[in-house]
Design a protein around this ligand. Structure first.
Ligand code: ZN
Length: 374
């Protein structure tokens, strides 16, 4: 990771580069930022910059191709030690290294470091990952023993707020009495939850949120951002992870609206064969999305009923939803609204209970033919 690959944070980059040039890097640096700010990328770029052997005086970025930079790229540099929250393995002395293969895959696939994704890649989305005490001991050994290939041994700690208190106490000793040529970089999303003794030992840099335009360009992945990408960026307040989720929700609701419109049009025109194809198509979404779609349909039916009653101010629909509903809403009235909502609700319960989605959805579609005539 080079500074050039890090989105935003130009002021902090300059400051870090100056610190290196003037030999003022602290023993312990705490970079804090809300999740989704690219904070870990900045930390990795700094570590690579410090270790780079192809860099000449005055260069403001690592070279990207010296052996050291290549080892950083593969997350394999002998003097770069990662510590991060994990779940306990069967052995008593769980350390981050036990999860190294999963960690490399995670950090490569998502350098923005979505914690929920890390949590589920550990195999238990409800588990509470921690930094266990053995990590502090194993780090002490590594810092003492490692066959150095560079002048600085760097310990990069992701989410120090997830440290168990014993871990923090052991690490504190290492931070208080650092070996020469050792540097700690702590990357936190919740600095207020870090043990105060550790927090106070660190030189702290708080990162600013990245700009909406920068978030939008991350979502657009190098192309010109479109309106939905700008909207998602704006809603997420500089958090790329939240923006990605918001964009995925928007895309899902466009798909859901399409499926909803198809169902209602085909049911109204009694196209049974087409309804069968519709149910097969929706059944490809997978159980979770099918259930969310059934939720969506219930909301749309409710909104259309309200629109039909002409209670304008109670309407919560997107432009596209309103456009369809302005013609569709007369079909949802006091005679069928409850029954239609109940059918969607029952279909959702049946799908959740492992029923055959194709059959449940086709059955629902056929009932809709009659219900729309009411
Ligand atoms: Zn280099």
């Amino acid at each position: 990771m080079r500074f050039a690959d890090v989105v935003g944070h130009s002021g902090v980059k300059d400051r870090l580069i100056r610190m290196v040039a003037e030999d003022r890097l602290p023993h312990a640096l705490l970079l804090s930022a809300p999740e989704g700010s690219g904070e870990m990328m900045l930390a990795r770029a700094l570590a690579q910059y410090v270790h780079c052997t192809g860099r000449r005086p005055g260069d403001t970025d690592s070279c990207g191709h010296c052996p050291s930079c290549l080892q950083h790229r593969s997350l394999n540099h002998a003097d770069l030690h990662f510590i991060f929250p994990v779940l306990k393995k069967k052995s008593q002395d769980t350390v981050s290294d036990d999860w190294m293969a999963d960690w490399r895959e995670f950090i490569n696939s998502d350098p923005w470091m979505d914690f929920r994704r890390w949590q589920s890649s550990l195999g238990n989305p409800n588990g509470q990952p921690k930094i266990y005490v053995h990590d502090a001991e194993s780090l002490r050994r590594k810092l003492n023993l490692s066959a150095r290939t560079s002048d600085v041994n760097i310990a990069l700690i992701w989410l120090p707020e997830k440290m168990q208190p014993e871990t923090a106490n052991k690490l504190l000793k290492l931070i208080e009495e650092p070996e020469a040529g050792t540097m700690f970089i702590l990357v936190s999303n919740a600095p207020a939850e870090i043990l105060p003794t550790i927090y106070s030992r660190c030189q702290r840099i708080e990162l600013r949120r990245i700009a909406d335009a920068e978030v939008a360009s991350v979502l657009a992945n190098g192309t010109e951002p479109d309106a939905s990408q700008f909207a998602a960026a704006h809603l997420s307040e500089g958090n790329v992870i939240a923006a990605r989720d918001a964009l995925a929700d928007t895309q899902a609701s466009q798909l859901f609206l399409d499926f909803f419109m198809q169902l209602m049009r085909l049911a109204y025109t009694r196209k049974v064969g087409e309804l069968k194809k519709w149910s097969e198509k929706v059944a490809e979404l997978g159980r979770d999305a099918e259930c969310r779609f059934m939720d969506y349909c219930q909301r749309m039916v409710r909104e259309n009923f309200i629109m039909n009653l002409q209670i304008g101010e109670l309407n919560y629909m997107t432009g596209a939803e309103q456009q369809f509903s302005s013609r569709f809403c007369p079909f949802i009235n006091e005679r069928n609204v409850e029954e239609i909502i109940r059918e969607f609700n029952e279909a959702e319960t049946d799908i959740r209970g492992n029923g055959n989605a194709k059959i449940i959805l086709f059955d629902l579609a056929i009932k809709m033919i009659l219900l729309l005539k009411a």
